[in-house]
Design a protein around this ligand. Structure first.
Ligand code: MN
Length: 260
């Protein structure tokens, strides 16, 4: 009986997201438990460059959170495979709740059982600008393009740069992140080639260990890092291959022959 009443009360709770763009962010998190920052909208002086950040996040699944500053919050998309600088590769980007600007400095571990539990790395960070026609756009252009479902932008980060587009393809939240042709295109797998934090130089597993993550989270973080380069160089593979089996297989039959 009591649980039914509670359930009914819960279903009648208002959707707080209409009272502020960070309400959904705040509602999903327990700030006494998670080290993530509480959501406050920030006021910036006019003409302040817009920040962008990409956070590599090993939650229930690995993804890259692509965040663009707009009107005091970070608009956010979860990109499962990460951005690709190859214009032929379009990456699915699921729009998620806006995050606070303070989130751009967050690198660490969200505890087990909390929303988005797992390791977070600041994978890239820089400034961005909207593009309207052949010039830079303003906040009103961003609003218009988002409503239309096609946001054109330029990025200036440490790993990513140049001209990109976010195109909505289905429903309210499903978009594609696509690189435009310019001098910053590349066929390199940038997630694999540049896997470390741009603020700390750490790997995912190093971030997890430093934060005292659970064994399960440490193992998951390690799985999100590319294999150690030392283990995969052809020189090392050759060196280990020559020193082992041949000497043993030659000496064994010889000894057996001598003993019998
Ligand atoms: Mn995430």
């Amino acid at each position: 009986m009591a649980s039914r009443v509670r359930r009914e009360l819960k279903s009648e709770l208002p959707d707080l997201s209409r009272y502020g763009r960070l309400a959904e962010y705040n509602r999903k998190r327990h700030f006494g438990v998670t080290p993530e920052p509480a959501g406050r909208e920030a006021a910036r002086p006019a003409g302040h460059p817009r920040e962008f950040v990409i956070q590599k996040h090993r939650a229930s699944r690995l993804h890259y959170d692509f965040r663009l500053e707009h009107r005091g919050v970070m608009l956010s998309w979860a990109v499962p495979k990460g951005p690709s600088p190859n214009p032929a590769v379009k990456r699915l980007a699921m729009q998620v709740e806006p995050h606070p600007l303070d989130y751009n400095q967050f690198e660490g571990v969200i505890p087990e059982g909390e929303y988005g539990g797992g390791t977070v790395m600041i994978w890239d960070h820089g400034v961005w600008a909207p593009v309207a026609g052949d010039k830079l756009g303003d906040d009103a252009d961003v609003d218009r393009q988002l409503a239309k479902g096609e946001l054109k932008l330029v990025l200036l980060g440490k790993k990513l740069a140049g001209s990109w587009t976010l195109v909505r393809t289905g429903g309210e939240r499903q978009w594609l992140l696509i690189k435009h042709k310019d001098e910053h295109v590349s066929t390199e797998d940038v997630a694999l080639a540049k896997p470390r934090s741009i603020v700390s130089g750490r790997t995912m597993v190093a971030i997890a260990r430093a934060a005292g993550a659970s064994e399960r989270q440490i193992a998951q973080a390690a799985g999100a890092d590319p294999p150690e380069p030392e283990r995969t160089t052809p020189e090392l593979a050759k060196a280990t291959a020559v020193t082992r089996p041949p000497t043993r297989s030659r000496s064994r039959p010889a000894r057996r022959a001598a003993g019998s």
